[in-house]
Write a protein that binds this ligand. Structure first.
Ligand code: ZN
Ligand code: ZN
Length: 340
């Protein structure tokens, strides 16, 4: 089969790899229909994380080809959406709602890789969810978004306690930040303030439900958000970048007693303990428990209540993955869909 490998930072190739096989009775092998390139793939691409022949890709939808003897909830022929983290669905961490940190958790990126024609998915029951039937072609981008960016934005919005009467601030206008806006809107937030300086992302943010757009960054953004909230700050904040500046902006934008959901993978971030203490903000982050939200998200997409697939602004065949990485790196694309 064909698969995307990151040989070294900045070097992405599409090469032949052996077809995956069932190894454990809880495995499924899926034929991938569509995959995508994630903002988090840019960390190794830019050399901020190690990249030595990584099997790339962790977002995926596809058709089940084969299942192991112990798999109960999906069968060959089913169209499935999977989480970017493998999870068993049965341990105490999974059943408490945090499959992103399952005791058997394994990141799909690196060792499995779904920017490929096929993938072996361990713990198929705890990781995959079948759609109600074979999807129409126009639903595939949205179902693919559910695999990570939508599920991650949703987690951040739930953690920020987005809901009726609430003002939610969103730091980051990449795919996850925009999905956070959509999630906050779906959860009933009254006001959604998005930080963005890109006209196209501002427009999509408004389409997804942002009521206010601010172009300031850092402490200037904090001042602007306070101005918009009677000096108090947002009830909840979604952080979707993962840098020192974005984290401090998010923490300082949140009012005492408020909630911060942070889902940008952290890189060299240090939060001063005294500032965290006096902020009186509840903080939770981590790899999103996408699998917890998948049944609900799939249904909303199936019923055409949400259209998160709008976040993809470039579609390329798998063979042209390197061009997709370049486009994301140079920010000429927000999110790239790879057809397989
Ligand atoms: Zn991702
Ligand atoms: Zn588990």
């Amino acid at each position: 089969m064909r698969a995307v490998i990151m040989d070294a930072p900045g070097t992405v190739t599409v090469t032949d790899r052996e077809d995956p096989q069932i190894v454990e009775p809880t495995d499924a092998v899926i034929r991938i229909t569509a995959a995508c390139i994630c903002g988090s793939d840019l960390w190794p691409y830019r050399g901020a994380e190690e990249a030595d022949h990584l099997l790339m890709g962790h977002e995926y939808v596809g058709v089940v080809e084969e299942v192991g003897a112990a798999v109960k909830t999906v069968k060959p022929g089913d169209f499935v959406v999977g989480s970017f983290v493998i999870s068993c669905g049965e341990c105490e961490i999974c059943t408490a709602g945090f499959p992103g940190r399952c005791v058997h958790a394994e990141f799909v990126h690196g060792g499995i890789g779904t920017q490929a024609e096929k993938a072996r998915i361990p713990y198929a029951d705890g990781t995959l969810v079948a759609t109600p039937g074979q999807p129409d072609a126009d639903l595939i981008p949205s179902l693919l978004a559910a695999s990570d960016v939508l599920g991650t934005g949703w987690y951040a919005a739930v953690t920020a306690e987005a809901g009726p009467g609430k003002t939610i601030a969103v730091v980051g206008d990449g795919a996850v930040g925009l999905m956070g806006v959509l999630a906050a809107q779906q959860l009933g937030a009254e006001r959604i303030i998005l930080s963005s300086r890109h006209a196209d992302r501002q427009a999509l943010g408004r389409e997804f439900g942002a009521t206010d757009i601010i172009e300031e960054r850092g402490d200037a953004a904090v001042a602007r958000i306070k101005e918009l909230t009677n000096g108090l700050g947002a009830h909840g904040t979604i952080e979707a970048v993962g840098t020192q500046e974005s984290m401090m902006q998010a923490l300082r934008s949140t009012r005492p007693g408020g909630n911060l959901g942070f889902v940008g993978v952290q890189h060299d971030v240090a939060i001063p303990g005294d500032e965290l203490f006096f902020s009186q903000v509840r903080v939770q982050g981590g790899p999103a428990p996408v699998r917890r939200f998948l049944p609900d998200l799939i249904q909303r997409i199936w019923d055409r209540k949400i259209n998160p697939g709008r976040v993809f602004d470039l579609t390329l065949p798998l063979e042209q993955a390197a061009e997709g990485y370049r486009a994301m790196d140079q920010r000429t694309a927000t999110k790239v869909l790879l057809t397989v």
